[in-house]
Write a protein of this length. Structure first.
Length: 475
């Protein structure tokens, strides 16, 4: 006989596992199916985020930042030490241990909240029926009033550079090199390209990033993007814009990459090539067309603002649906859908989903860029404040970048906050909270900020919106 649940979720990434915990907390009988196996062949919850995404990349970003700081950043503080070395296998092992702790943590949370966990593959065979096949091949039918699809995304691959898992890798391979490659090529100057390019560059690789577009980080406020490009190039990331990769040739331990740009045809040889040209929704073998579940032309499952698919009782959340491919966006959708299933009122504020690129300095933003406001014909005031004028940034010897706040010209309501600088992610989050409560630039300006903190740059940028900054001359 089929096992019956109120809710069954397919996928235990940050969208699915959060939906499962929330649904169980709301008293719904909940099951979550996930097929992820770790390198040892053991089931691991947490999806891309915990296993090969957010967390492992930040572990390596933190390790490589410490290495670089120790090597280059201590002299200014009067500290001198001997030769600095990096033990890459130890660094990778630390990353693996963090993953293990966190994925095991989800397992514990499922247990504590009464979520039934199924390790294996789910397939929606009818609106209220999911076929489950475990890792030994045993099949059973699970029935549920509501099915939530949270199957995530997979890296896009491009024909000129097929992934071989050794010389040509995606995010999975790039998080697991066992030594520092001499020359690293990266295709795509997006979020992964910049983060993982930074990791290996800090550890000593010569990193070249080949980007197809002429403009750098088009989704970022362009004043910030221009500043960031300058700083990244100073950090020796060789970012080449307007390139088209045409082919590659694996020659032993190396790969030759051909590309064209406005100056003609080029060939470069790398020890490792990281392909980071975006991700696509993952729905392989998930349902039959006869189910009536519609996908858009790019393969995203079509949903409304509240993540209802075209089939009643089937919901979809996270990377597999429209919107930014961010862990916190999927988690919020998971909470919303669980609440809606439990007959509560719920929504996600899609206008206020923060983005962070974890380079050093970080880039973080929420709300509208100047380019978007111009395009929408919204009149605004802009206030900027450089970290170079912040005492705490000087004390830390970390002064690159700025905070920029955009506010409506008439109402003064904050419309966007853009930060390039130390701890930008945490600083922009202050803007998210302010914007969630409909704050004006004046509200932020009237708020007391502790001294000396980096967040004083947020305060000063808010003051600057109305020409009232204290620690820089106002324009
Ligand atoms: P996923 O995390 O992809 O999880 C989907 C799960 O579904 C997987 O466990 C998969 O095994 C399972 N699954 C799929 N199909 C089936 C099936 N048929 N049956 C059973 N199980 C199935 N986002 C951020 O917000 N911050 C970051 O710093 C960040 N860094 C990143 C770094 C890298 C290198 C990468 C690749 C991504 C990063 N992201 C980051 C993006 C983030 O990882 C994703 O947005 C997030 O994981 C999406 O969550 P999800 O639950 O929708 O899908
Ligand atoms: P991305 O969309 O951020 O960047 C891909 C880049 O590759 C773009 O600049 C694009 O123009 C370029 N590109 C595409 N095709 C190309 C080609 N043929 N040749 C050269 N360049 C090409 O994608 P990503 O970096 O792969 O990351 C995937 C997703 O994962 C992103 O949507 C992001 O939201 C998420 N992610 C988030 C974080 C974070 O939040 N810090 C970190 C990593 C990944």
């Amino acid at each position: 006989m089929a096992q019956k649940f109120d809710v069954v979720i397919i996928g235990a990434g940050p969208a699915g596992y959060v939906a499962a915990i929330k649904a169980a907390q709301l008293g719904l009988k909940t099951a979550c199916i996930d097929k992820w196996l770790d390198a040892a062949g053991k089931p691991a919850l947490g999806g891309t985020c915990l296993n090969v995404g957010c967390i492992p990349s930040k572990a390596l970003l933190d390790s490589s930042h410490k290495f670089e700081e120790t090597q280059k950043g201590l002299k200014a503080h009067g500290i001198s030490i001997g030769e600095v070395a990096i033990d890459v296998p130890a660094m990778i092992k630390r990353k693996e241990l963090i993953i293990k702790k966190l994925t095991t943590g989800i397992k514990g949370l499922f247990k504590a909240n009464g979520v039934t966990s199924f390790a294996g593959t789910g397939r929606v065979v009818a609106p209220k029926q999911v076929e489950f096949v475990d890792h030994e091949g045993t099949t059973e039918i699970i029935e549920a009033e509501n099915v939530i699809i949270a199957t995530g995304s997979a890296p896009i691959d491009i024909p000129p550079t097929p992934i071989n898992g050794d010389t040509i890798v995606d995010n999975v391979g790039a998080l697991a090199f066992q030594s520092v490659p001499e020359k690293v090529g990266v295709i795509g100057a997006g979020v992964i390209g910049l983060e993982l390019g930074s990791v290996w560059s800090r550890l000593g690789s010569e990193v070249t990033i080949l980007e197809a577009l002429d403009g750098f980080l088009p989704m970022v406020d362009q004043q910030v993007a221009k500043d960031a490009l300058k700083v990244f190039r100073k950090q020796k990331l060789d970012i080449r814009m307007g390139t088209r990769v045409t082919g590659s040739d694996v020659q032993g331990d190396q790969v030759a990459v051909n590309y064209t740009d406005s100056e003609g045809d080029h060939e470069m040889t790398f020890d490792k090539l990281i392909v980071a040209v975006g991700r696509k929704p993952y729905t392989d073998n998930l349902f039959d067309e006869s189910l009536g579940l519609k996908c858009d032309e790019r393969g995203f499952i079509e949903v409304d603002e509240q993540c209802r698919t075209t089939v009643p009782g089937i919901w979809a959340i996270g990377d597999v649906v429209r919107g930014p491919m961010l862990a916190h966006k999927g988690s919020e959708e998971g909470v919303m859908v669980a609440e809606l299933i439990a007959d509560k009122i719920a929504q996600v504020n899609y206008d206020l989903i923060p983005s962070v690129i974890y380079t050093h300095p970080e880039i973080a933003w929420v709300g509208k860029t100047e380019e978007q406001l111009k395009e929408e014909g919204v009149e605004y005031n802009a206030g900027t404040f450089p970290f170079a004028a912040i005492g705490r940034a000087q004390a830390a010897n970390d002064t690159a970048g700025m905070v920029k706040i955009l506010a409506h010209k008439e109402t003064d309501r904050v419309l966007g906050i853009h930060v390039f600088g130390p701890s930008a992610g945490d600083l922009a989050q202050q803007g998210v909270i302010a914007m969630e409560f409909g704050a004006s630039a004046e509200d932020l300006a009237m708020t007391v900020f502790a001294h000396p903190t980096l967040s004083e740059a947020v305060h000063e940028a808010a003051l600057a919106v109305n020409g009232m900054a204290i620690h820089i001359p106002n324009k």
